[in-house]
Design a protein around this ligand. Structure first.
Ligand code: FE2
Ligand code: FE2
Length: 476
């Protein structure tokens, strides 16, 4: 029996605050350098995964994947921040967190980013890389000294916990999206990824480097961000701007219950915000510090949540939302016509406009009066999220301008530069701007068992000459 195994605590209470046994605690096979080294490798992989998933949001057509990538990119960002904080506690700076810890790790992530199909992305990220990250974190929990390096053990444990959502999503999603044949054809590429990782000594660098790094499989030139948003087949008539929900919402003469439909529509339409914000994050990848990316990533995820709240809202009323044209011209026009700084200006201008009495509080009040408890709940949290977003804008966008007023004027100007192309889309046959509102309203009234209000039924204000903030669009 060693000294440690015979160690007795007072009343037999768990030793060392329950962290580990005394036998484990007397082992000295760990150092701060090893801890920092492993964390930096995990940091690199998670940061690149955050970038890869963010870059796929805009052009991924499938809504369920768009929202999942938004969530998972945000989760990765949280882990990155967690690791950065821990590394900074360990006699660093210089943190050296922007350095590539191993060229073979870089190759792995570049290969995944260059994946030409959604299937390859899903299999490589969710069936392979996530497992590698989880295994590294579990190994770190085992290897790090449980007492001396307890904060690192905690970080590794938290990462394992949070990334379970990625593993579980992949487990359910991959069989639905990737058929067996394409799965088999990917086996060689996944093997190639394994070889690259082996050339790095594994994700955490603890394994012996057994082979040379193989030549690139995918052409790195294939890493090209596509900024034009794509939607799946349920999103028909996406150029339709034939219904202006803000005009309905801010008209005091309409019934609050009727307005909940317009609010659910506005929420669901917000899927265009992640599509647009992803372009800001990709284009400013190397220009802004990590905290910018962290906060903007949280905001991006919130906007995806808002879209899903709209989806849930329609389900709660018993309405098939896919019959409604969910417009994508806001993200499309911003992404194709403005640069990243200008887009950020528009985003801030719009979100700042949501703060006064006529904005998010008003939507929550309408929801409260409507009697629709789900609408009230969603608007309550939507309002809170938007307050946070306005603060994020004040931290990261406003200081680039001389004053708040000037930053707002810039955002408004940028928005005015974006042409709505209302008539052009019609002339090109892309949409007829069909007024979808009366049909939707009629269906909702049947579900609500109420007689439609003839004035609501007759609503037909479009976006032809009015912006979403109800400012007139100059026709010139
Ligand atoms: Fe939102
Ligand atoms: Fe927002």
């Amino acid at each position: 029996m060693t000294e440690a195994s015979g160690y007795k605590t007072f009343h037999g209470l768990p030793e060392l605050a329950g962290l580990c046994s005394m036998e484990r605690a007397v082992e000295s096979d760990w150092s701060l350098e090893q801890s920092v080294g492993r964390l930096k490798r995990l940091h690199f992989i998670l940061r690149r995964l955050h970038e890869v998933l963010t870059a796929k949001i805009t052009a991924e057509p499938i809504y369920e994947l768009k929202t999942a990538f938004s969530y998972h990119a945000y989760l990765c960002a949280e882990q990155v921040s967690l690791i950065r904080r821990r590394v900074a506690e360990m006699r660093e700076p210089p943190l050296g967190l922007d350095k590539v810890p191993d060229p073979a790790l870089q190759r792995v992530m570049d290969e995944i980013e260059a994946a030409p199909t959604t299937g390859e992305l899903l299999v490589s990220v969710y069936r392979w890389l996530t497992d590698e990250i989880l295994a590294s974190c579990k190994q770190l929990q085992t290897d790090a000294h449980p007492l001396a390096d307890a904060p690192t053990v905690r970080v590794a444990r938290l990462i394992c916990f949070e990334l379970q959502d990625l593993a579980e999503f992949g487990r359910r999603a991959i069989p639905e999206v990737v058929d067996e044949a394409s799965h088999d054809s990917m086996a060689d590429w996944i093997d190639h990824l394994r070889q690259c990782l082996a050339a790095a000594g594994g994700l955490d660098g603890t394994k012996t480097v057994t082979n040379e790094m193989p030549a690139a499989w995918h052409d790195p030139a294939g890493i090209c961000y596509q900024k034009e948003p794509a939607r799946d087949e349920r999103f028909h008539d996406p150029y339709n701007a034939g219904v202006n929900p803000e005009a309905f919402l801010y008209d005091a003469s309409f019934d609050p219950q009727d307005k909940t439909l317009m609010m659910y529509y506005k929420r669901l339409r917000e899927i265009d915000v992640p599509e647009m914000m992803a372009s800001i994050l990709v284009e400013l990848r190397d220009e802004e510090p990590w905290d910018f990316h962290m906060e903007m990533s949280r905001q991006l995820w919130d906007e995806a949540r808002h879209a899903m709240m709209g989806e849930v809202g329609f389900v709660s009323v018993g309405i098939d939302w896919t019959q409604i044209p969910i417009n994508f011209t806001w993200s499309r026009n911003l992404n194709l016509q403005l640069d990243a700084r200008q887009r950020h200006g528009v985003l801030f201008f719009i979100e700042q406009g949501l703060m006064p009495r006529t904005g998010k509080r008003y939507e929550w009040e309408v929801a409260t009066e409507s009697g629709d408890s789900l609408s009230k709940l969603f608007q309550d949290f939507d309002w809170a999220d938007e307050v946070l977003h306005a603060q994020i804008g004040r931290r990261w966008y406003v200081p680039r301008h001389q004053s708040l007023q000037q930053s707002l004027a810039y955002g408004s100007d940028c928005w005015s530069q974006v042409l709505s192309h209302y008539r052009e889309y019609q002339n090109q046959g892309l949409t007829q701007h069909r007024n979808w509102w009366p049909e939707l309203y009629q269906q909702a009234c049947e579900k609500w068992e109420k007689t439609p209000d003839p004035r609501s039924m007759a609503f037909c204000t479009t976006y032809e000459d009015t912006r979403a903030d109800l400012k007139r669009i100059d026709p010139s």
